[in-house]
Design a protein around this ligand. Structure first.
Ligand SMILES: [Zn+2]
Length: 53
């Protein structure tokens, strides 16, 4: 699976790990995140801004 990084703060969303603190279980695909998903760390970058790493 793939990781995606916020270009603003460096937060990484890992599809393997998900983000249980935000309500996304392990195995959550980045594509399945809501369109209004924002970076949980900096809150200024949207899903479309994240970079695949
Ligand atoms: Zn961020």
């Amino acid at each position: 699976m793939t990781d995606f990084k916020c270009p603003e703060c460096g937060y990484v969303f890992s599809e393997d790990a998900g983000d249980e603190h935000e309500g996304y279980p392990p195995g959550t695909s980045f594509q399945s995140l809501p369109d209004d998903y924002v970076c949980p760390d900096c809150s200024v970058r949207y899903k479309e801004d994240f970079e695949q790493i």
